[in-house]
Design a protein around this ligand. Structure first.
Ligand SMILES: [Fe+2]
Ligand SMILES: [Fe+2]
Length: 178
């Protein structure tokens, strides 16, 4: 089993924990409760920074090797880059709304909740699709040599010092994941 796929699946499990926490906070906000805005902001900041730095590059690398192995029968049916861009766009819309609420602007709760849900549902759907289609297809079509190269490049790029700093920065997220 490729190390990189194990890492990606582990990162998905962690992101799902954070998306569940986000969903709980949105439920609370929708029911006229007072959400934990500090946690909400931290989850948004986390998703704005960490996946692009540590998660998507690994998927891009696998995607690149997949593109080398594609034939007419196993044509790639997913555009990962477009999907990741769409996730960022939805997150930016939600982040803007959340910031306005934090600055005291009166916004309809429904609107804030709707944009938050649009982001998290898209993110869950995207991860489901990767786990059900993209990862198994990669397992099937990449050669042993491809996986050795992917794993080697991913491990070489890892910077434990930077990862530790990121962990340090996101105190509430870390508490959820530990
Ligand atoms: Fe992805
Ligand atoms: Fe992913």
């Amino acid at each position: 089993m490729a190390q990189t796929l194990d890492l990606l699946r582990q990162e998905h499990r962690e992101m799902r924990v954070l998306l569940d926490a986000l969903e709980q906070q949105l439920d609370l906000f929708e029911q006229a409760g007072e959400p934990d805005f500090e946690l909400l902001s931290e989850i948004v900041d986390y998703f704005r920074g960490v996946p692009d730095l540590y998660h998507h590059p690994k998927e891009d690398l696998i995607y690149y090797y997949m593109s080398l192995r594609v034939t007419e029968e196993n044509e790639l049916r997913v555009d990962l880059h477009a999907e990741h861009d769409r996730g960022s766009d939805l997150l930016n819309i939600f982040a803007r709304h959340l910031m306005r609420v934090l600055l005291g602007v009166e916004l309809p709760r429904d609107l804030v909740v709707k944009t938050g849900r649009a982001f998290l549902e898209n993110e869950k759907r995207h991860m489901d699709a990767e786990e059900k289609s993209f990862f198994p297809a990669a397992q099937q079509f990449l050669t042993q040599e491809d996986w050795s190269q992917v794993d080697e490049r991913v491990m070489r790029r890892r910077d434990p010092r930077l990862e530790e700093q990121a962990q340090h920065r996101f105190r509430l997220v870390r508490a959820l994941l530990n």
